[in-house]
Design a binder for this molecule. Structure first.
Ligand SMILES: *[C@@H]1O[C@H](CO)[C@@H](O)[C@H](O)[C@H]1NC(C)=O
Ligand SMILES: *[C@@H]1O[C@H](CO)[C@@H](O)[C@H](O)[C@H]1NC(C)=O
Ligand SMILES: *[C@@H]1O[C@H](CO)[C@@H](O)[C@H](O)[C@H]1NC(C)=O
Ligand SMILES: *[C@@H]1O[C@H](CO)[C@@H](O)[C@H](O)[C@H]1NC(C)=O
Length: 522
């Protein structure tokens, strides 16, 4: 009888809890809806799980006609983009002059066993709610350290409600926060590491484009290859091929973005293979519709599978992340609707198959590129008439926010998916632009400093867009900004006299670090 009563109470309790959860969701949804519909009318397109609606429809924007657009990407890689520069590239960030990198203080912190990870971050709020007790032996030692970590949690993990975190200040479970504290990988310093680079630039011919393999060019200085990024307060695991593959067993890692995203993809392929050809890595592009169209010079992307662990790594070219739709399918010279509020069809179609997704965009947002690609901005399915979005900067901002919001809304349906938005890769054209003698000929590493101290990202648009969502920021802007010597510079294989590539990076090189930071967060 007693047991029965307890059982009923338990059930009632569960029912009450369920009812409360439902109410919360309802209220939340109610609050969200009017905002979406009034501010962003086309948002309805985004918030509707478009993958379901569009699953069956053909991949219009990814048909052969688009390959033409693709080709233009690299030919005009470095068109001036003043709006991007003012918005991103030249953002101020703190840089300090090189100091003794082996200070004992640092090495002590470096050996800090804090090992933050994605899962831990996700677990934290639940753990707090359920009132998990502390692991014995992890009692707080340093109060100030805790407060600092609490701040980091509060600012970096938007998921965590500040008020619940504040509860940690009483010290009762402060070490829980300390143990799970996420760190900011974007803060830190470059250090010389004789184990770099992670693969040889003479190898990796199967995955590394010749145009980015600086070892195969006239370039003679390679000191840019010998640095490793050391985040300030996070442990940075050594990148190991076998460890990566084991963790990515039966998983798919997808990069979607512009040519800088392609660089990151090639870099990862080289890192995971050690730059060696691996016969057990097979081309599975077909599974993702990534096949070369008849008149195209290359496919829209590439997909490779490591058969040993059933790990797939792929890249899809989507320079703006927008859905591109030919306005007249029959006309080979057609204009394209560039749907600012609709993510690339490839994303909608294959999202359910990804376990890790890294998005990026940025350098194609300028008038020259839009015109050259014949992209016409559309919002809500019709040509844009919103004056506020007329400037390229706002259109880009709108798109990045839209894509991130769409992705965030998809995440509950794809619990396996960890999604990242990579911040903009900085350009380094000095004394001019790409077409007016701009150059990046410095070969002295870290001449402008080796440390990033700022807490905030230099890419305010990307940072703002992911805020409050479960899409993570892969923040590489400020740390890459310190590496002006790592670009292709004048060593482009298609070199035009006087034209330098101060946008793309030599590989091996800086994008390898982006992947190490990505791996650290997986
Ligand atoms: C650890 O790093 C913090 C700043 O990140 C610094 O204030 C502190 O002094 C360092 N502690 C040790 C023991 O190195
Ligand atoms: C945390 O929750 C409280 C109510 O429980 C709310 O008032 C507050 O705005 C929330 N804070 C954040 C940062 O979500
Ligand atoms: C490979 O992984 C996928 C999931 O990504 C799974 O559906 C498939 O069955 C796996 N194949 C093998 C041979 O294990
Ligand atoms: C970008 O869009 C967001 C959301 O609409 C807005 O809050 C923000 O002010 C915009 N930023 C810029 C620089 O336009």
């Amino acid at each position: 009888m007693k047991r029965w009563l307890y059982g009923l109470k338990g059930k009632q309790l569960s029912l009450t809890l369920v009812a409360m959860a439902c109410t919360t969701i309802l209220i939340w949804a109610w609050e969200k809806t009017p905002l979406l519909t009034t501010l962003l009318p086309p948002q309805s397109l985004l918030s509707i799980p478009s993958s379901e609606i569009l699953m069956g429809t053909p991949l219009v924007s990814a048909t052969s006609s688009n390959s033409d657009v693709y080709v233009k990407e690299d030919l005009s890689y470095a068109e001036p983009n003043k709006e991007t520069i003012t918005e991103h590239g030249e953002q101020s960030f703190s840089v300090v002059a090189p100091t003794n990198m082996n200070s004992p203080e640092k090495s002590k912190n470096d050996s800090n066993p804090t090992r933050p990870s994605f899962e831990k971050k996700e677990i934290l709020p639940n753990a707090l709610r359920e009132g998990l007790t502390l692991k014995p032996g992890l009692e707080e030692k340093d109060g100030s350290e805790q407060v600092k970590n609490v701040e980091v949690v509060a600012t970096m993990v938007h998921k965590i409600n500040t008020s619940s975190v504040k509860g940690k200040d009483d010290g009762s479970s402060g070490t829980l926060v300390e143990e799970k504290a996420p760190c900011n990988y974007a803060r830190g310093r470059w250090v010389v590491d004789n184990k770099r680079p992670l693969y040889s630039g003479f190898g990796c011919k199967r995955w590394l484009s010749e145009m980015w393999a600086c070892r195969l060019t006239q370039r003679t200085d390679f000191s840019y290859e010998s640095f490793r990024w050391q985040p300030e307060n996070c442990e940075m695991p050594n990148f190991e091929e076998s460890k990566f593959l084991r963790r990515m067993q039966d998983k798919t890692v997808a990069f979607v973005g512009d040519s800088l995203g392609r660089q990151q993809f090639q870099s990862l392929m080289c890192m995971v293979t050690g730059g060696k050809d691996r016969p057990d890595v097979i081309d599975v592009g077909k599974e993702y519709g990534l096949v070369k169209a008849r008149h195209a010079t290359r496919p829209e992307g590439w997909a490779y599978r490591f058969q040993s662990t059933n790990t797939t790594i792929l890249y899809y070219w989507s320079a703006s992340l927008c859905d591109l739709e030919p306005l007249n399918i029959k006309d080979p010279a057609t204009d394209y609707a560039m749907h600012l509020d609709r993510p690339a069809a490839f994303l909608r179609r294959y999202l359910h198959r990804f376990d890790v997704l890294v998005l990026n965009t940025g350098h194609h947002w300028n008038r020259g590129k839009l015109r050259a690609n014949r992209w016409i901005m559309h919002v809500g399915g019709v040509p844009n008439t919103n004056g506020k979005l007329a400037t390229i900067g706002s259109a880009k901002n709108f798109t990045i926010y839209s894509v991130v919001k769409w992705l965030d809304l998809q995440l509950p349906k794809h619990p396996q998916l960890r999604s990242f938005f990579r911040t903009i890769s900085p350009r380094h054209f000095f004394n001019g632009e790409w077409d007016s003698g701009g150059s990046c000929e410095n070969t002295t590493p870290l001449a402008g400093g080796k440390e990033v101290l700022q807490e905030k990202s230099s890419d305010t648009v990307a940072e703002g867009a992911v805020k409050g969502t479960n899409v993570k920021l892969l923040d590489i802007t400020a740390l890459s900004k310190l590496r002006d010597e790592g670009h292709i510079s004048k060593y482009s294989i298609k070199a035009t006299p006087g034209v330098q590539d101060c946008l793309h990076w030599c590989l091996p090189g800086i994008p390898d670090t982006w992947n190490e930071i990505l791996f650290a967060q997986l």
